[in-house]
Design a binder for this molecule. Sequence first.
Ligand code: 9WN
Length: 432
Amino acid sequence: PAPEAGAAISDDALWKGAAAVLDANWERDHTVPSRTLYPHHWNWDAGFIAVGLAHHDPARAWADLHSLFSAQWIDGRVPHIVFDPDVSERDYFPGPAFWDSAAMPGRLAGLTTGIVQPPVHALAVVEMWRRSPDEVELRWLYERLAHQQRYLLERRNVGGAGLASIVHPWESGLDNSPSWDAVLGAIPVDLEMMRKYRRRDNRVANSDHRPTDADYARYIAIAANYRDGGYLDAGLIDRHLFLVECPGFNAILGAAEHALAELAEVVGADPAPHRERASKITRALVDTLYADGSFRSRDVRTGELSPALCVNGLIPLVLPDLPADVVDSLVATATSERFGIGPLPVPSYDRTAPDFDRLRYWRGPIWINVNWLLWRGLRTHGRAQEAAVLRESMLSLVRRGGYHEYFDPVTGDGIGSAAFSWTAALTMDLLT
Ligand code: 9WN
């Protein structure tokens, strides 16, 4: 249910429309990202959705994260998808049969993938606790959130710098971002192998918006390699071609430690180790991934930084302990012609890049979740004016077009699913 077209829509109507999207996307014990393309429970979506549910229906916020973390593996990883057993294998590719997680010793419950997504959940839990405290749930989640951090900081510290590596583009949440082009370029494309499978995404959504067949062939090859190694992380450097330190993923990891420090005080645990880990992550990010006014992703195998300037390079703004000169240059980049906070929010990729693509998913379109993170970051660093402009530009996109999955960065038109859960959820947070 999109709001009526036109800028005249009231905040009250916008709120009610968002609530209706979240209600329609609620399924038993979790919220699906959208009814059209994503019929299962997604990891980082659940974090953003819980921020909105904390305003709208806090019991559901706690329940949504409870069911996601019930699928946490023994080693601490929280899978990027928890599959709904009532949904047919045909309705999402790659589904449970491909991931074969039922056969994996590290899995505890549910049918899941074996890869992760950015750990935004602790940020949501702070909001949930503030608005509607549930001590039993908080204690249950705190242990599991801390376990997730340990998995990412220890087992995924493949590069040795104290940052987590992602082992698949899907782990970043920014699937086909130009951030991975250089790394993916070295991985052979096996279109023959893809004939064994049938993509579903580009039949449900416009194929001009979706990752290409060559991208998909690589996604499947990388996932199959990790799966065939039993989803183990030891020795990855010798047997896995996609190992990347993403600045967005690691900034969220650091912000999660800050959030956990706050939560530790509530549950009577020691907040100091969380603060220490947070400051180590910030230092490692600045020392390893910062170059020319923005953060870049790093290919752990070659040590090379990606030349692509993407929205994940700005996300470290969420870190409260980022040095002031780094904050200044990130704000300068975010407000420059490359990203240009203004009438429109920040696109997913540098507007001035020759291969900027206004339709293709994370290669140009505007996404509300990453802009919401930047909005939080700007406020954390006292940049109230830029934050206010960004907030208004996000709300005006949704007022005009509805709760879309992503938006055309030239016209502001809504594209992708029209009833996307995190867009609705974060709209509610922006309105309060
Ligand atoms: C793969 C669910 C997810 C988001 C990601 C987004 C997209 C999946 C896909 O949808 O990725 O995880 O099939 O394209 O890129 O950020 O979590 O909304």
